[in-house]
Design a protein around this ligand. Structure first.
Ligand code: B12
Ligand code: SF4
Length: 602
């Protein structure tokens, strides 16, 4: 094993990295290369410093790269096998490899980092397959933070994705091969019609397992023209989903596809709801461990549906035993030292609080995350799944996500959020919670209701990392043709207040030091004077003052500059259970208590 090393110096390594990838233009003449080369942007492949670093790279503009360079000087050091192929790659690229291996010989295929492309692109290369999550940064959250700080065009991740596409464009062998792009961010290329600019021949939207995708590769190898866009069918049966038998970035292994709650803005929910078999999940976990990975994360939209898909119990009543069995086998696999949760929903925490407690007992020892000021775990560990809150306005929730709270009615959404978060927090789950600002048709009243919910969380000392983003209509979703706020300059004062209040609350755990609050106050005022005032317009000013804390929120409210959320009276768990449809009561677990009188719970 060797490493593609950077020298750790932020400025020089940035340029070194650019020149290293440009070596694609000067390949070794004796190298014929591989028939099919699979790659992904460096910033999407790195297996370093946890999920946070990739999320930051999706949201921070390229001019702020120095911040990550100084905090993680070795982030570019990816490991390669002696033959130059990648030791770890995003799960999507690995499944593409697995799919192609069912049709092509292994000696004709390679999976490598952009930096190693010169070794593998040669006269025999016919396809370069690029897997990408977010190449242009035009998705939720990614767009908003870069535009708050300056350019909305170049988040760090898209800078590196563009660097990869440029290097392919300038390859001396470019005439011989086709560039096929796939992955969850492929639609960004189609939607912005960036084929020419990026030098992309075809974008596949959908799964690599599909026969249509394999046929596209055959066509490319025969040198036939390719369709600009291919909609590849998603398998409808669990058996048809392939699992990587090699190491994946962050040890990502698929757990489910689809979701079932049918939110109108959601892409993954358009896929069939499938939970994947335990033996195959474990096979991929073991493959990761065998290849030196110490971390595992199960990719899902809602972990709580696993084990309850196509049973005679509705999927929103979690299968406690199945989940505990799966997770305990994963964290007890020798070699697995770290495990992180991906996505889930809030309602299951209200439905089965004991499941949350038991999952904490099982998962906390292997969590790499620490939150000393909040966690009651002896080692101050916590769990941080990603959960969509999106809005606190019941009117808006009914419009965009009417089934988000099932089995509860969406009318009780604020109660479900507060009660779910209470259960999560007492069990040391401090989730990353997303909110959408500027939804189509959003009124001041909707924003006020979301602020009411956020202030109520603060009043009840509940904690989540709140990540607001500006509504982005995602391709193919039921809201694809709708538009919300398109530029940060157009956000209202209330919308800005919501964004800045979320970030103010996020900083609470870091504010226990004497210097923390002062540094933030000064930093935000300086940034405002330097750049943000002009960029984000006048509506940004008072919310930023609130964020910085230079004037108290009470005083700002008296001055009429901000809205102080009003106290909410919400339902307790017992009261929420009492609102359930009678035929649901049979699925409640008696050991959680709070059951309505007439329930026949198990
Ligand atoms: C794990 C995960 C992450 C991880 C790890 C990502 C990684 N690099 O490995 C982390 C937390 C870092 C992450 C970050 C982000 N993520 Co993410 N992530 C996921 C998640 C849960 C699983 C992805 C996965 O590995 N799936 C399993 C693999 C096998 O599926 P796949 O990648 O789709 O690959 C299949 C096909 O797409 C296709 N395919 C893939 N590549 C190629 C290439 C070719 C050539 C072909 C033909 C086919 C093909 O075949 C594969 C197998 O069939 C998905 C949700 C989901 N269930 O997909 C969200 C998801 C992909 N992420 C999403 C988002 C928004 C982000 C962020 C922008 C969030 C943020 N604001 O910070 C960042 C962007 C990161 C970046 N670098 O820019 C969105 C994508 C929205 C979009 N692009 O339109 C999703 C769908 C979540 C959601 N519900 O909104 N993510
Ligand atoms: S709960 Fe999440 S994953 Fe499920 S449909 Fe809604 S947004 Fe999509």
């Amino acid at each position: 094993m060797r490493t593609n090393r950077s020298n750790g110096n932020s400025e020089t390594s940035k340029y070194q990295d650019t020149s290293r990838i440009q070596q694609v233009r000067s390949p070794q003449p004796e190298n014929k290369g591989k028939l099919i080369v699979i790659t992904a942007p460096l910033t999407e492949s790195i297996d370093h410093a946890g999920y946070f670093i990739q999320m930051a790279m999706a949201s921070m503009p390229i001019w702020m790269e120095f911040v990550l360079n100084s905090k993680y000087p070795k982030w570019r050091d990816v490991e390669v096998w002696p033959d130059g192929s990648a030791r770890f790659m995003p799960a999507g690229a690995r499944v593409v490899e697995r799919s192609l291996l069912s049709e092509f010989r292994s000696e004709d295929l390679v999976v490598c980092y952009p930096e190693n492309l010169p070794q593998f692109i040669g006269s025999a290369t016919r396809v370069v397959a690029v897997s990408t999550h977010n190449p242009l940064g035009v998705t939720f959250a990614a767009g908003v933070y870069t535009s708050i700080f300056g350019s909305s065009k170049s988040p760090i991740n898209s800078h590196y994705a563009l660097q990869l596409f440029n290097a392919l464009k300038e390859s001396p062998y470019r005439e011989n091969f086709k560039v096929i792009v796939g992955g969850s961010g492929g639609w960004q290329i189609t939607q912005t019609d960036s084929f020419e600019e990026l030098g992309v021949d075809s974008v596949v939207e959908g799964r690599s397992e599909s026969a249509d995708t394999i046929e596209l590769f055959r066509k490319a190898i025969r040198g036939e023209p390719l369709p600009r866009q291919l909609e590849a069918r998603h398998p409808t049966k669990r058996e048809a989903i392939l699992f990587p038998d090699k190491r994946t970035t962050f040890g990502v292994v698929e757990m489910t596809t689809g979701c079932g709650r049918r939110c109108n803005f959601c892409v993954p929910d358009l896929n069939p709801q499938i939970d994947l078999p335990k033996e195959r999940i474990m096979g991929a976990v073991n493959a990761n461990v065998r290849e030196g990975n110490r971390q595992i994360s199960l990719a899902t939209e809602d972990l709580f549906i696993w084990g309850q898909v196509q049973t005679n119990i509705p999927f929103f009543f979690p299968n406690r035993e199945a989940l505990l069995d799966l997770y305990s086998e994963i964290v007890n696999t020798p070699g697995v030292e770290q495990h992180v949760l991906s996505h889930c929903t809030m309602a299951p925490a209200v439905v089965d609080p004991l499941l949350i407690k038991k999952m904490s007992d099982c998962l906390l020892p292997k969590s790499p995350l620490h939150l000393p000021s909040m966690s009651s775990h002896p080692k101050k560990k916590y769990l941080a799944p990603l959960i969509g809150l999106e809005t606190g306005s019941v009117r808006m929730a009914k419009k965009i996500m009417p089934s988000k709270a099932v089995p509860f009615s969406i009318d009780h959404w604020p109660s479900v959020v507060l009660e779910g978060l209470r259960v999560l927090n007492i069990n040391n789950w401090f989730p990353v919670v997303t909110l959408m600002v500027g939804n189509p048709g959003e009124t001041d009243q909707d924003v006020k209701e979301t602020l009411d919910l956020i202030y109520e969380m603060e009043r009840r000392h509940l904690f989540a990392f709140l990540v607001p983003s500006v509504f982005t209509p995602l391709h193919d979703t039921r809201m694809e043709s709708q538009s919300g706020v398109t530029e940060t300059k157009n956000l209202t004062t209330l919308q800005w207040q919501l964004i800045m209040k979320c970030w103010k609350l996020n900083l609470r755990p870091g504010q226990s030091s004497w210097w923390g609050p002062t540094a933030w106050r000064l930093g935000s005022i300086i940034m405002w004077l330097y750049k943000l005032k002009k960029l984000n317009g006048p509506n940004f000013t008072w919310p930023l003052m609130m964020f910085s804390g230079v004037i108290s929120e009470g005083r700002l409210a008296q001055m009429g500059k901000i809205y102080l959320g009003k106290p909410l009276k919400t339902k307790s768990r017992k009261e929420l259970l009492a609102t359930l449809r009678p035929n649901y009561l049979q699925y409640l677990r008696i050991d959680n208590g709070d059951l309505p009188e007439e329930s026949h719970a198990s």
